[in-house]
Design a protein around this ligand. Sequence first.
Ligand code: MGD
Ligand code: MGD
Ligand code: SF4
Ligand code: MO
Length: 750
Amino acid sequence: MSRTALRICPLCEATCGLTLTIEGTEVTGARGDRDDVFSKGFICPKGASFGAVDGDPDRLRTPLVREDGELREATWEEAFDAVAAGIRPVVERYGPNSVGVVLGNPNVHTMAGALYPPVLLAGLGTHSVFTASTVDQMPKHVSSGLLYGDALAIPVPDLDHTDHLLLIGANPLESNGSLCTAPDFPGKLKALKARGGTLTVIDPRRTRTAKLADRHIAIRPGTDALLLAAMAYTLFDEGLVDPGELTPHLQGLDELPDAVRDFTPEAAADACDVDAGAIRVLARELAAAPTAAVYGRIGSCTVPHGTLASWLVDVLNVLTGNLDRPGGALFPQAATDKTPRPAGPGRGFALGRWHSRVSEHPEAKGELPLSALAEEIDTATEQGEPIRAVIAVATNPVLSAPDGDRLDKALGSLDFMVSVDPYLNETSRHAHVVLPPPPPSQSPHHDFAFNALAVRNQVRYTRPAVPLEPGRMAETEILARLTLAATGMHGADPSAVDDLVIGQTLGKAVKEPHSPVHGQDPHELAARLTGVSGPERRLDMMLRLGPYGDGFGVRPDGLSLEKLLAHPHGIDLGPLASRLPQPLKTASGKVELLPRPLADDLPRLRAALRERADGLVLIGRRHLRSNNSWMHNVPALTGGSNRCTLHIHPDDAERLGVRDGADVRLKGAGGEVTAPAEVTDVVRPGVVSLPHGWGHDRPGTRLGHAAADPGVNVNQLLDGSLLDPLSGNAVLNGVPVEVAPVAEKITPLT
Ligand SMILES: Nc1nc2c(c(=O)[nH]1)N[C@H]1C(S)=C(S)[C@@H](COP(=O)(O)OP(=O)(O)OC[C@H]3O[C@@H](n4cnc5c(=O)[nH]c(N)nc54)[C@H](O)[C@@H]3O)O[C@H]1N2
Ligand SMILES: Nc1nc2c(c(=O)[nH]1)N[C@H]1C(S)=C(S)[C@@H](COP(=O)(O)OP(=O)(O)OC[C@H]3O[C@@H](n4cnc5c(=O)[nH]c(N)nc54)[C@H](O)[C@@H]3O)O[C@H]1N2
Ligand code: SF4
Ligand SMILES: [Mo]
């Protein structure tokens, strides 16, 4: 007998609602939930393979604990005992910074990852915090922090209503969108065109998204900040600046013309390989469109001027009056956002409050660059202790971060490491304890992070579709127990963590004059929370205190967990709407258009006008049926065009003597790899492309299918020294490489 259950898909940022078919405890099918208020039935091949991802036989079922050098199956009790025994002595002897916490991408796709790591970090008090953000979107956080005073205030393009979308370094037809949560992004782009709008794509590759565009500009990698600065220059030069209703909320507008003075289209053209005339047209079209949105993603972030590019994206939206207006780029308002405070000056955003020990990288948003993790472990300095223990949650930096070989060795040298991960993979194989979370079908789901980046305000929650298998532990409980074990409270009831957060949050809320619960008794409020678990009670609390909440009875029609449970397909909260000045937390209470750290970084960009190295540069690429490093073990999602091959333009191939299908050797600052060439004019001349997340050939992993077609680790070509200095973000695109044919080994490409 089969049944169905709803489940929000956690496999990418689009957050589609799925209807799962379940036989016994096994997910045997997945289709799009047509009644989902947001995704309306959309599904992609990854979501359709939910059952195969969920039921992968290589997923770990029990904790593993290292004994005499070998990982063996253990009970949960043994595992947490080992965590406490491994971490506490390190903290006590060497201090909190000797414990590194590494948080990976799936933390933004689980409830556990949203709710517990903040408590762990606060409890440990370590500065050694590394996340996937510094190989991804940290430049956007820094630019938002500086512009708006809030690193999490990220404007999202109003895909459903805009007349003109300028898309930079993003390929949503493969990625399904990022920092812009939109189920059926492809459909939304087609709808934009169908209503007479225009789509322009700036990308060194003629991607599937670029093929859909009205105009594709194959820019030289790493030079978007120059192009965007030249567009800003053009707007000023041609008198096209018109912030409209934004004007009273702006500070520093008068200083911008001078800041971009040197970035004429003529000056930028050569560095970008984009015609000066084309740059002017881009600026004019942006200004002329009734509404327009500039949207930059990973290709504009993981580059040497990532923060400047991220800033200029928003500056262009401001100059054309498109920030915070429908059809432009707006600030979403999620149901679990904090109670909106009255508009007014805030504390602003600080950078570099502390520095990494070895290379003295400034912190950004409380984090150090993931690129610096290896050196923080393997290099002794007089400034303090190296990292001796690592807590890794949902991360595989041996493949995802620069110089995996060095990190691999560094992790192997630790006194102690714990991984919360469903797989024994390239990174978790170094752990002394592996704590496996249950598969997604057995976990509840709510998108704390992505609802705050969604193109429409909405809220959805799905309870586990399948009960926890015997012997399993919910990931929320794993992280609560891990937090207790790591912070000297080993053995306490895990609900203590939730009670602590609830007590603190309500205690604070009742003191805030703008809170709906101002002046009430926090204990009494806590007693009114509903939900079958600590995490559900926390969700209930956040919903009720949030912008649409019932305020614990103040607004009886408002949101609560109970109300959400009564709407299994979600609740629509309406289109994005103008919100300024409320989201601003800058010291001035305005949008600070030319913050000091950005102004101080402009000379570096000016120098880039004249730098033009010849030689090949490397960029990455994503495939619709892949996801970073962890889905190569699912047969249904591998094979076909989803392969670790080097895309190279026919002109370059001919010049270098590279033949289609033949192996080529790539050499970068961090090492060498060999991969089969795919000669294709999809990449522009001078650019080669290799996807990331491959290289599944290390011993001691348990990834049967992935190991059969391992691919190579593109990040081995990097040595971790190339960073965007303001954000500490790794430079992953536009990296110089040498390419040479390997003597005649032909791999047939089908
Ligand atoms: N060269 C290059 N490198 C890149 C990129 C690039 O474009 N080019 N992209 C970068 C980007 S954007 C990112 S976000 C990073 C990603 O890098 P990471 O954050 O390291 O993420 P993944 O490689 O996806 O590894 C995720 C890990 O989480 C585990 N996992 C899966 N589901 C769960 C779960 O429910 N709970 C827990 N606890 N664990 C789970 C997986 O088994 C895997 O070990 O890679 C970056 N690396
Ligand atoms: N199928 C699939 N979906 C995913 C993921 C996945 O691995 N697979 N990963 C998820 C994650 S963690 C993230 S962060 C998002 C990322 O989502 P996107 O940002 O859409 O990621 P990509 O598809 O890598 O698109 C980046 C594009 O930037 C281009 N590019 C590279 N260098 C430059 C440059 O210097 N300038 C410009 N203008 N363009 C450049 C690349 O050619 C590429 O087409 O995707 C998410 N969704
Ligand atoms: S687009 Fe993303 S969220 Fe939607 S089904 Fe595919 S993987 Fe899941
Ligand atoms: Mo990412």
